[in-house]
Design a protein around this ligand. Structure first.
Ligand SMILES: Nc1nc2c(ncn2[C@@H]2O[C@H](COP(=O)(O)OP(=O)(O)OP(=O)(O)O)[C@@H](O)[C@H]2O)c(=O)[nH]1
Length: 439
């Protein structure tokens, strides 16, 4: 039996142990929480997307192949592998075909020989008036604010969270939520938060401005600023550069092809357009209008013609007439992955009988969010996409899709569409984009 003194000693020891554990716990918790000294005003507001330079063009030498990238399944937001490409798709090529039936043909009617008519007077077509193209240098200044309008809420709340005093677990969770809401994707959001947290702790950051500067740095890093973003649209060895513009219908393929032609013409280049989207007559018509406004030739087939044949003719004519670049607008309205694979694969193979393909630009509509990502994945499997054009960034608050697309495809976003105007196409610059995001 223990006497009362022993019980007292044991009691004191137990109390002391509990006290030590409590103190250690409190110290650890304080260490995980980061206190920011300054919490007042947000960083001086920047305005808009202000990429400084012009378009960066280069020769490709027919190297339209991208390094394959591994994308862990865990990174993917949906993994069924069978996305529906092109919702208003035409009848798929593998649909049931009609069988042959015998029909009686009417007897041919013998027409009397036509009376010779006087030669028609050929009126000279009036020279079309060419558009004035906005200078490519510094055009970003004009597009200032296009992106900022829809994106700054995202930036403001992120910066607000970083400047709102102590950064505890809840704050980090809120920061990650903000990134998720802007469509950065779970994997990228977790990486950004992890990296920012490490930097803040390792650098002993205690003031909000410094933390915000680190956020900017981490976001830019996540966009891989070292990726090669020049558009391979310059002739190589006396042969035109060949660019295929691919993507689902409605994403802005034709518009982007037209806008890019304007950029090249403004740079003093000669351009030939190939209207290989033969599913819709209006698409060729639309491209012809873009071409006529800048004096670019166009090669088109009749509606329903084989897109590969039109692409072949376009590149052949481009080689013969020695233009600097041939831009081929392709069709993307195919129901099945196999159909798409057949079609685009054939276009590329056939074109390469004339000249190597320098650039395959995948056009994605930023407003479609995850759907755009699914398309990116399918096209990435079908052709070697070498660059992404993200259109309609002026119409969405979800610019974060840029991060996911690059991660998914492992290819750079090269151009962004920031409006419906003919010159609302801009080169993608990570730092300028992040500045616009942060507002
Ligand atoms: N706001 C905005 N609209 C854009 C942008 N790019 C394209 N559009 C619009 O998107 C619509 C579809 O563009 P198209 O170029 O016809 O798309 P497409 O992919 O060629 O479609 P199909 O010809 O049907 O295959 C048009 O009304 C364009 O004006 C952009 O960057 N911003």
């Amino acid at each position: 039996m223990l006497d009362s003194t022993s019980l007292l000693v044991i009691g004191i020891v137990v109390l002391a142990v509990l006290l030590v554990a409590l103190v250690v716990g409190l110290v650890l918790a304080r260490r995980r929480r980061i206190s920011m000294s300054k919490k007042e005003e947000l960083e001086k507001p920047r305005t808009g997307y202000q990429a400084g330079g012009g378009f960066n063009l280069s020769t490709g030498g027919g190297t339209a192949t991208a390094e394959p990238v591994e994308h862990p399944v865990a990174d993917r937001t949906e993994v069924d592998g069978q996305p529906g490409v092109g919702d208003d798709a035409a009848v798929p090529r593998d649909s049931e075909r009609r069988t042959l039936v015998d029909v009686d043909l009417p007897e041919p009617v013998v027409e009397p020989a036509p009376v010779a008519e006087p030669e028609p007077v050929v009126e000279a077509e009036p020279e079309p008036e060419l558009d004035e193209i906005a200078p490519t240098e510094g055009r970003m200044q004009r597009l200032r604010g296009r992106l900022a309008r829809s994106q700054t809420m995202f930036g403001k709340s992120l910066l607000g969270l970083l400047g709102a005093g102590d950064l505890d677990e809840d704050s980090w969770e809120s920061i990650e939520d903000q990134l998720l809401m802007a469509d950065l994707g779970a994997a990228t959001a977790a990486e950004i938060v992890g990296s920012l947290r490490t930097k803040i702790v390792s650098q002993g950051v205690r003031d909000a401005d410094h933390a915000r500067a680190l956020l900017r740095e981490v976001l830019i890093e996540a966009l891989h600023p070292d990726m090669e973003r020049s558009v391979r649209a310059l002739p190589n060895d006396g042969r035109p550069a060949v660019l295929l513009v691919v993507g689902v219908n409605g994403t802005g393929k034709t518009t982007t092809t037209g806008k890019l032609a304007r950029v090249l013409v403004a740079d003093g280049r000669t351009v030939l357009l190939g209207a290989a989207d033969t599913f819709r007559a209006a698409a060729a018509e639309q491209l012809a209008t873009w071409g006529s406004r800048v004096g670019a030739e166009i090669v088109r087939g009749r509606e329903g013609a084989d897109p590969a044949a039109v692409a072949f003719d376009a590149v052949k004519q481009g080689v013969d007439s020695k233009v600097d670049a041939v831009l081929v607008d392709t069709a993307g309205r195919l129901h099945t992955k196999t159909g798409l694979m057949d079609e685009l694969g054939k276009v590329k193979r056939v074109v390469e009988k004339q000249a190597l393909v320098d650039e395959v630009l995948l056009v994605l509509d930023a407003t479609t969010g995850q759907n755009g990502l699914t398309q990116a994945r399918v096209f990435g499997e079908v052709v070697d996409v070498t660059g992404v054009v993200l259109t309609k960034l002026d119409g969405t608050a979800k610019g974060g899709i840029v991060f996911q697309v690059q991660r998914e495809l492992g290819v750079p976003v090269k151009l962004v569409g920031l409006g419906e105007g003919p010159d609302d196409l801009a080169p993608f610059e990570p730092a300028a984009f992040v500045d616009a995001l942060l507002g």
